[in-house]
Ligand binder design. Structure first.
Ligand code: ATP
Length: 334
């Protein structure tokens, strides 16, 4: 394994596309982000803000307008593509549609910066590929055609390809898109192990904000009102999570550490009880748009017990056997 002493710095970077007629289409500007060895970074921002554009630019796949990308003090523009391929690997979510391409072959493509001119794999290359496949838990899949494996397995194979490339920096564009929750966590965990134990720098874009908030060392946040980098916790404390979406209906609850949809309140409910029944009764009431109040003035009072829910309103009392029944009653037009 190569030692990672690559510091990445984006300085006043402006990225985007040349348009027909030569007009520059600037997508993100004045970006000042950095990543140090062994750090796991998540780039977050709303749809279309420019995450893929920024990551592709960082990986050296497209030119930028102004500013600098510095890799350990060297301008990326001055590093030739072969050397870049030994520093950074790039994982996208693109579906691989090559008939008969096996998982082993896909991962072996990662060895391209090291193979000879006819692309022959040495014994060392083969053992690196085997090791990469093992690291992502795909042993036994080596001969399976990539077109016949699941999205989660393909995502692991793509990460294995980056591991086979054996670069100190791995850039991943939405590595957890299309995955179920368990696979999302597994991929985040795998990437975290690579950052913590192998000291790789992991830079990924994601829409899995709740997982990113819990798992990464640093957030790069791109918004219309400016950009932020720092610990996820600092981002919350400084109110950056509320800047993420242009939509006024989505807010971030800093106490719960979760995003929520702002709704108009239907009625005021005072809730009593304790433990999990209380927590999940509050969740259900929130979900359906009831305002939880502590004070005496309320439309309903709910007492959440272990296996029953009492609803008191205007002197009447009813008992329910589940949150579902309670909510169904509340939602029935009176
Ligand atoms: N090749 C291109 N030429 C011109 N504009 C492009 C090109 N590719 C993307 N764009 C535009 O650049 C903007 C940013 O796109 P990008 O894919 O980087 O956003 P993103 O943050 O990754 O979005 P998402 O979260 O939806 O994947 C979009 O408005 C998009 O339409």
């Amino acid at each position: 394994m190569k030692k990672n002493n690559f510091n990445i710095e984006l300085q006043q970077l402006s990225v985007g596309y040349e348009q027909p007629g030569g007009n520059p289409l600037e997508i993100l500007k004045a970006i000042n982000f950095s990543a140090t060895p062994g750090e796991m970074v998540a780039l977050i921002g709303s749809n279309g803000i420019g995450k893929s554009t920024l990551l592709r630019t960082l990986a050296g796949f497209q030119p930028w307008f102004s500013g600098n990308i510095q890799i350990s003090g060297r301008n990326l523009k001055n590093i030739n593509s072969k050397e870049v391929a030994r520093i950074m690997s790039f994982v996208s979510t693109e579906n691989v549609r090559v008939p008969n391409l096996s998982v082993f072959d896909l991962v072996a493509y990662g060895r391209f910066p090291y193979t000879n001119w006819i692309g022959m794999l040495s014994e060392l290359d083969k053992s690196v590929v085997d090791e990469a496949i093992k690291n992502v838990g795909l042993q036994g899949f080596e001969n399976r055609p990539v077109m016949q494996i699941s999205d989660g397995e393909r995502q692991r194979a793509m990460i294995a390809r980056a591991l086979a490339q054996d670069t100190p920096v791995i850039i991943l564009d939405e590595p957890t898109a299309y995955l179920d929750v368990s696979n999302k966590y597994e991929i985040f965990h795998l990437l975290q192990v690579l950052a913590n134990k192998k000291k790789k720098t992991i830079i990924l874009s994601t829409h899995d904000l709740n997982i990113a908030l819990r798992e990464v060392d640093k957030l790069w946040i791109a918004t219309d009102c400016g950009n932020y980098q720092g610990a996820p916790e600092d981002a919350v404390l400084q109110g950056w999570l509320n800047q993420l979406f242009k939509n006024d209906h989505v807010g971030f609850d800093a106490d719960e550490g979760e995003f929520f949809f702002k709704k108009e309140f239907k009625a005021k409910v005072k809730v009593e009880g304790g433990g999990l029944p209380l927590t999940w009764t509050l969740r259900a009431l929130n979900r359906k748009g009831y305002q939880i109040v502590m004070q005496a003035e309320h439309d309903y009072r709910v007492v959440a017990k272990e296996n029953s829910w009492e609803l008191i309103s205007k002197g009447n009392q009813k008992t329910f056997g589940s949150v579902y029944e309670l909510m169904a009653f509340l939602e029935t037009p009176k």
